[in-house]
Design a protein around this ligand. Structure first.
Ligand SMILES: Nc1nc2c(ncn2[C@@H]2O[C@H](COP(=O)(O)OP(=O)(O)O)[C@@H](O)[C@H]2O)c(=O)[nH]1
Ligand SMILES: [Mg+2]
Length: 455
């Protein structure tokens, strides 16, 4: 990305609509816009004060092709922090393409995906969490996701990261003062106090780490695997939950072989469902592959819906599966199906979370949804607390905790403060990275590459 140039892109979806908006950012934005747009008031765009709009005509190849409104912003008071022009024409595919083309003919380059927001971030207009939030807001599918991606959580998270950052910076400075001037009492923090204050920072970071369970479930979704023995009603549960006949249901054991996927919202939590082949030993080659896939998918699950046939008591194979499921790290909801045929009492008390349903009669959908939502939100989301909402934020937080722990261990085992400072500095860079106070170029590129053009 070359920030010397001026770039333009269509910021609204490419298609038929009432209005299309083409955005342009860079030092020549106003000059280039003037070449393709003539205000009706006879003035030049360059005379327009910042954040003002004017009505006029779009020129292409020497002739007027449309009328519309252009707004100009001047650095640093714009989204990107650079000079900008926003050109609104009618939302036709040809007209919007030609307006964009005329800008390129007049000297603009095509913007890369995420380039507007990346420029805003580099120019200090946005924190990293705010930049990421823009994408999350666009992708949000629930009010909860909007709230966590939006203003309040973003502010809370930035504030907490910044507060942890300044406290740690102060501790490091004090430790270095002690190392450099041990006899002059330059430091206001004793080794014992240093240990206490690092522990306090670890607790705060642990709280952030724990918030990712909810943040991720709401904003990223939960990898949920429907598993169980053949013919217990897994595919029927899948279809009941999605409200669609996605998976084939038959009375023949071993019907499902491919992993069938779907997605549902349970309140604010998104479940990314995968219906799998029934787990059993089989000599059928295709089914065997299905069973292997089922086991592999199960290993990556963040939530397991373990379906059992409640009209029967668990047999040996069933008991073996129960033992396997108990070894998983992911939480398990035991879904005791076919309540129309039997009470399913034999399964009570085996798992922490158990629901009785009849997929055939469409009974028990809400029970599964409510249990799943509660598992990931604790009942209600506390929007007053900061939440981590993506894997990058989570990874920085975990790195912060590990480095602080390692520093604490050094101090507790009697090592000198400079050894601890080595780890503390790495912790500082993690917490700084959380909100982009210090971020490496490759990470920035990775983040902004996920944006669409025009954002
Ligand atoms: N009576 C009854 N039958 C069910 C129920 N759920 C599924 N079935 C039947 O059980 C058989 C296997 O269902 P399916 O969803 O294909 O099971 P899967 O092999 O675990 O995916 C089919 O004949 C379904 O109609 C239920 O709640 N009650
Ligand atoms: Mg099936």
């Amino acid at each position: 990305m070359n920030f010397e140039n001026t770039v333009a892109a269509l910021s609204t979806p490419f298609g038929r609509g009432a209005i299309a908006m083409i955005r342009m950012t860079g030092a020549d934005a106003v000059k280039i816009a003037s070449a393709v747009f003539k205000p009706k008031n006879g003035k030049n765009l360059s005379e327009l004060p910042t954040a003002h709009a004017v009505y006029g005509e779009f020129i292409y190849d020497g002739g007027v092709i449309d009328d519309g409104v252009v707004t100009v912003y001047r650095a640093p008071k714009s989204y990107t922090g650079e000079d900008m022009a926003e050109l609104c024409c009618h939302g036709g595919m040809l007209v919007s393409s030609l307006v964009l083309r005329s800008l390129v003919d007049a000297g603009a380059a095509y913007a890369e995906g995420g380039e507007f927001t990346k420029r805003a971030f580099i120019n200090g207009k946005l924190r990293l969490t705010s930049a990421e939030a823009i994408m999350d807001i666009i992708d949000a599918e629930s009010v909860g996701a909007l709230k966590l991606a939006g203003g309040a959580n973003r502010g809370l998270l930035s504030a907490e990261a910044e507060s942890i950052y300044s406290e740690l910076k102060h501790l490091i400075a004090s430790a270095y003062a002690y190392i450099d001037y041990p006899d002059e009492d330059m430091t206001d923090v004793s080794v014992n106090e240093l240990k206490d204050r690092i522990s306090a920072l670890i607790s705060r970071a642990e709280e952030l780490k724990a918030s990712y369970k909810t943040g991720s479930a709401v904003c990223e979704g939960v990898r949920t695997v429907i598993c169980g023995r053949p013919n217990v009603g897994k595919s029927s549960v899948m279809n009941m939950l999605t409200g669609e006949q996605t998976a084939i249901v038959t009375e023949i054991p071993g019907t499902t072989r491919d992993v069938v996927t779907g997605s549902i919202l349970c309140g604010q939590v998104r479940l990314k469902l995968a219906d799998t082949a029934g787990i059993r030993d089989t000599t059928d080659t295709v089914e065997e592959i299905g069973v292997a896939k089922a086991k592999e998918t199960l290993g990556k699950a963040q939530l397991v819906l373990a379906v059992f046939d409640g009209s029967k008591s668990p047999d040996g194979e069933e008991k073996k599966l129960i033992e396997e499921l108990k070894k998983l790290n992911a939480p398990v909801i035991a879904v005791i199906n076919k309540s129309d045929l039997g009470t399913g009492e034999a399964y009570d008390g085996i798992f922490e979370h158990t629901v009785h349903i009849s997929a055939k009669n469409g009974e028990g959908k809400e029970k599964i949804e409510q249990t799943a939502e509660k598992l990931f939100t604790g009942g209600a989301i506390d929007y007053g607390k900061p939440h981590l909402i993506n894997g990058r934020q989570y990874a920085e937080t975990v790195r912060f905790i590990n480095c602080c722990r390692s520093a604490l261990n050094s101090l507790c085992s009697g090592q000198t403060q400079d050894i601890a400072c080595f780890d503390l500095e790495e912790a500082l860079s993690s917490i700084a990275g959380l909100d982009g106070l210090e971020v490496k170029d490759d990470i920035i590129n990775e983040i902004f590459s996920k944006f669409c053009v025009g954002k």
